[in-house]
Structure formats: structure tokens, C-alpha cells
Design a protein around this ligand. Structure first.
Ligand SMILES: Nc1nc2c(ncn2[C@@H]2O[C@H](COP(=O)(O)OP(=O)(O)OP(=O)(O)O)[C@@H](O)[C@H]2O)c(=O)[nH]1
Ligand SMILES: [Mg+2]
Length: 311
């Protein structure tokens, strides 16, 4: 991918060269090519080098750090500047636990988060936004007829990656932003059981806007994920996804694990005095528990208070 290439530069088909060894190329990687880079039909170039990655967004396949499968770490995309966390306000219902996990992944990877609430024609955003009032989390509301100018402005000049459950409307949004993208869109089925419409990540150049100068940016559509596993993130780094809580921990005793069992964890007093939402502390502790194999593995991203599936 060439963020600095112009819209008229050719699209080149390339394969990995053998000298790359076991290194995998992921969406967003900037690479060096040799061979036929004309972009002519049938032309094939070779990828001989992967540039150092500016950021790496990872997720663990499942959240169980105690099994080999659970520790299987996947690079979702390289070099993203912004993580667009896409959550529908209904059908499927929003999961604040999922959003919390994405925030942890974003802060861990040093990628800026943007909350994108879709299907605003079906339900209001108050409950979700109320949960995040303490965070200065930028957000956009999307409905089928909404103007996308504000979103385009937030996407301009950077590489943004969309993540979210299957059926929340990622590809629908990409098709609106990039009309020629022609991403397949599906019908919503029960979370976890349904077929995922998109099966691979694709980076697309956003079209230039008549009223804006400069690079309109890139958008990366990804397949829906059931849960955003964080087994690769250290317990200490988990806290960075909770900037509304992190300040309190300076008053914790040495080696405090911040679990509900810690008698002197300063986080309890912090929420008791109204400095943060108790639901955020509960979500953080559920995340901690899920990493040690406790908690409900079927719905790791659902927090109490989130709507039930199908409602
Ligand atoms: N009512 C309403 N429906 C929407 C909206 N955005 C998307 N949809 C519908 O939601 C369904 C799923 O949309 P997709 O764009 O395929 O969802 P996705 O996130 O790409 O799903 P995966 O590729 O499986 O991860 C489609 O039937 C869309 O028409 C919206 O803002 N409002
Ligand atoms: Mg899709």
C-alpha cells in the first residue's frame, strides 16, 4: 500500500518473494517491490521487503491465555493511525465490553480510537455515550441517510481501520465512503453463529472531496470478529484502555492486582467517590478475570446493562 501514491498510480499485483522467509505481509504493510510494477493485466511483481511498521494492531484469536489456540496472536493490520470501533446501536445490540476491548487494543498499539455508532435510525446513542462520558472519546453517529462529511474529515490524511462485530454495517459504510468499493453486505444473523459477509481485510483509498484539499486518507474494511481477544496484552497495559481509572492506581499498594479481591485496591474508593463510573471498573475487572480463564467465555464482550442479543 502506498499512502503517498497518487490516485492515478497503477494497482500492482505482487506476491511474496521467497527471501521474505516466514515473515507475513498484512494489510497496511508498506513494501518494496521488484519486477513488473506496470499494473498491466497479467503483470506480477514480487514483494522483497516489508518496511518497519509504524503501528501493529493485534488481537488474540480467543481470550484464553491458558491454551495454545488462545495465545494464537494475529496481526490485524499494520501502520493504521486510527481504529474506528464500529458498533451498531441495535441489530446487533451494542456491547460496551467489546468497545472496551477495542480501546485497550488501540491504546496498546498506539492507534487513536474513534467510536462509530451505526444504525442510529434504529436506536438512540444515549446509553452507550453515557457509559463513556469520562473519556474524551471522539464519536460519530451514522444512519442510512446521514451526511458523512464529519466522518470524512476525521478520516482525512490517515489510515483508518474499521473493526466490529459481524453485521454492524462496516462494509455498508465503506461502500458509502468509496462508491466503487463494491464490498459485499449481508443480512444480520445471531452474533457468533452467523456467517460473516466479509472474509478478508481490504484497504481502499478514499476519494478526494471537492471541498477539501490534501490526502483524503485510506480506509480498511475487516471481517467481523466475535470477540477482540487480548491475551497478548499484559495486565498492566490493560489499564491503559481505561484512562478514566488509571490515575487512581498511584494510590494502590505495591503489587496490587486491581481485582475485586484486593482489599486495598484504590480503584474501589475512586469509583465510590464518583470519580469514575462503577460500570467501567466492573468492565476492567471482567477483562482481568477473562484472561485468567474466569468469566463467561461465550459472551466475553457483554457487560451487564448492555441490551440482550436480539432485543
Ligand atoms: N437500519 C440500518 N441498517 C443498516 C445500517 N448500516 C448497515 N445496515 C444493514 O446491516 C446489515 C449488515 O451490514 P454489513 O455492512 O454487511 O455489515 P458488516 O459489518 O460489514 O458485516 P461483516 O462483513 O459480516 O463483518 C445490512 O443488511 C445493512 O443494510 C444503518 O445505518 N441502519
Ligand atoms: Mg463486511
Amino acid at each position: 500500500m502506498f499512502p503517498d501514491a497518487g490516485p492515478d498510480d497503477p494497482t500492482v499485483t505482487a506476491m511474496r518473494a521467497r527471501e521474505l522467509g516466514r515473515k507475513s505481509v498484512v494489510v497496511g504493510d508498506r513494501v518494496s517491490l521488484v519486477g513488473d510494477i506496470s499494473g498491466a493485466p497479467g503483470a506480477l511483481a514480487r514483494i522483497v521487503r516489508i518496511a518497519e511498521r509504524r503501528s501493529v494492531l493485534r488481537r488474540t484469536a480467543e481470550d484464553d491465555a491458558t491454551t495454545a489456540e488462545g495465545r494464537l496472536e494475529r496481526v490485524v493490520v499494520a501502520n493504521a493511525d486510527q481504529l474506528v470501533i464500529v458498533s451498531a446501536l441495535a441489530d446487533p445490540p451494542p456491547r460496551t465490553g467489546f468497545i472496551d476491548r477495542c480501546l485497550v487494543a488501540a491504546y496498546d498499539a498506539d492507534i487513536e480510537p474513534l467510536l462509530c455508532l451505526t444504525k442510529a435510525d434504529l436506536a438512540g446513542p444515549e446509553a452507550v455515550l453515557g457509559y463513556y462520558t469520562e473519556l474524551e472519546l471522539p464519536y460519530v453517529l451514522i444512519r442510512p441517510d446521514s451526511d458523512l462529511a464529519a466522518l470524512r474529515a476525521l478520516l482525512a490524511g490517515r489510515v483508518s481501520v474499521l473493526v466490529g462485530h459481524s453485521g454492524v454495517g462496516k462494509s455498508t459504510l465503506v461502500n458509502r465512503l468509496v462508491p466503487e468499493a463494491d464490498r459485499a453486505v449481508g443480512t444480520v444473523s445471531a452474533i457468533g453463529r452467523g456467517r460473516h459477509t466479509s472474509t478478508s481485510a481490504v484497504a481502499l483509498r478514499l476519494p478526494p472531496q471537492p471541498d477539501a484539499d490534501g490526502d483524503p486518507g485510506w480506509i480498511i474494511d475487516t471481517p467481523g470478529v466475535r470477540s477482540f481477544g487480548l491475551a497478548h496484552v499484559s495486565a498492566e497495559s490493560l489499564l491503559h484502555g481505561f484512562p478514566d481509572l488509571v490515575e487512581a492506581t498511584v494510590d494502590c499498594p505495591a503489587n496490587c492486582q486491581h481485582t475485586a479481591e484486593e482489599a486495598d485496591c484504590a480503584l474501589d474508593a475512586w469509583v465510590a467517590s464518583g470519580k469514575a463510573d462503577p460500570r467501567r471498573l466492573a468492565s476492567y475487572r471482567r477483562l482481568l478475570a477473562s484472561r485468567s480463564g474466569e468469566g463467561d467465555p461465550r459472551e466475553p464482550e457483554r457487560n451487564p446493562g448492555d441490551p440482550l442479543a436480539g432485543s
